[in-house]
Design a binder for this molecule. Structure first.
Ligand SMILES: Nc1ncnc2c1ncn2[C@@H]1O[C@H](COP(=O)(O)OP(=O)(O)OP(=O)(O)O)[C@@H](O)[C@H]1O
Length: 248
C-alpha cells in the first residue's frame, strides 16, 4: 500500500482571519482506510472537504495521484471521488433513481448503469427498496442508499464524514462491519471522519489525530492508542445477548 493516492502539502485553510487548518503534510495510500479523529471543532470536516476539493485551501496543494489540483482539472479529479455525509442528502425520488442519478450525470451508458445500480442495491441489502421514495426510508435505510450511491460511482477515494453518528447502535454496528468489508473487497481508499472512538477499530489501517487544525499524530491503531484494536466491547456483547434473546 505504498502508492500515494491523495496528498496535501503545506496546507492552510482560513475563515476570515481565523486559521482553521495548518497541515504540513498528509497522505492517503492506495487501498488504505484512515480514521480521522479529533474533538468537536478540531477541523476534521473542513480537512475532508478540502481534500475532496469542495473547499479551496488558502495556501498549499492537494495532489491526486501526484497531480496538483487546479481549477482546470478539479472537476475531473472530483469525479474520481465520492463523499458520504452524516445526513444522507437524498433526492426526493426513488431509491433506484437516487443511486442512478450520479451515473447518468457522468454519462454512464444505460445498460452499465442498471447493472451497477442493481449490484450496489443488492450489496447494501436494499434491493427490495428500489421503488421506495426517499422520504419513506428509515435513517439506516437512507444511509445505505447514500453508501450505494457513492460506491456505484466506483470512486478511487471515498470520504465519509461521520456517516453513522445519527443511527442507533445496532444499525451503526452492522453498517460499520459491512462498510469495512466493502472497502476491503473493492480496494477503494477511504478517509473516515469520526469523533466516536468506539467506531475507530472498524475502519482503520491508520489513524490521524487532528487537534486545533493541526495533525498531531498519525500511525496504526496500536501506535496511537497503545493497545490492539478490538471491535468487541461490552455494548457489542450486550447487543449479542439481546439478539439471542429476541431470536429465542
Ligand atoms: N461555515 C462555517 N463558517 C464559519 N466557521 C466554521 C464553518 N464551518 C466550520 N467552522 C469552524 O471551523 C472549525 C472547524 O470545524 P469543523 O466542522 O471542520 O470541525 P470538526 O472537527 O469536523 O467538528 P465536529 O466533530 O464538531 O463536526 C470550528 O471552529 C468551526 O466552528
Amino acid at each position: 500500500m505504498n502508492n500515494t493516492i491523495l496528498e496535501v502539502h503545506n496546507l492552510q485553510f482560513k475563515r476570515g482571519n481565523r486559521e482553521i487548518l495548518n497541515i504540513d503534510h498528509f497522505a492517503l495510500y492506495e487501498r488504505e482506510t484512515i480514521a480521522l479523529i479529533g474533538a468537536n471543532g478540531a477541523g476534521k470536516s473542513t480537512l475532508l472537504q478540502v481534500m475532496a476539493l469542495l473547499l479551496k485551501p488558502t495556501r498549499g496543494t492537494v495532489e491526486f495521484r501526484g497531480v496538483p489540483a487546479t481549477p482546470r482539472n478539479a472537476l475531473a479529479i472530483r469525479r474520481r471521488m465520492a463523499v458520504v455525509f452524516q445526513e444522507p442528502l437524498l433526492l426526493n425520488t426513488t431509491v433506484y433513481e437516487n443511486v442512478a442519478t450520479g451515473l447518468k450525470l457522468r454519462g454512464v451508458p444505460q445498460g452499465e448503469m442498471k447493472k451497477r445500480v442493481d449490484r450496489w442495491l443488492e450489496l447494501l441489502g436494499i434491493a427490495h427498496l428500489a421503488g421506495r421514495r426517499s422520504h419513506q426510508l428509515s435513517g439506516g435505510e437512507a444511509q445505505r442508499v447514500s453508501l450505494a450511491r457513492a460506491f456505484a460511482l466506483e470512486p478511487d477515494v471515498l470520504f465519509l464524514d461521520e456517516p453513522f453518528s445519527a443511527l442507533d447502535f445496532p444499525t451503526r454496528l452492522s453498517l460499520l462491519n459491512e462498510l469495512d468489508r466493502l472497502l476491503k473487497d473493492t480496494g477503494i481508499a477511504a478517509i473516515f471522519v469520526t469523533h466516536d472512538f468506539s467506531e475507530v477499530p472498524y475502519l482503520t489501517d491508520r489513524v490521524a489525530v487532528l487537534k486545533n487544525g493541526r495533525l498531531v499524530k498519525t500511525g496504526t491503531f496500536e501506535e496511537i492508542f497503545k493497545v490492539k484494536p478490538r471491535r468487541e466491547n461490552y455494548i457489542t456483547s450486550l447487543y449479542r445477548v439481546f439478539e439471542s434473546d429476541a431470536a429465542g
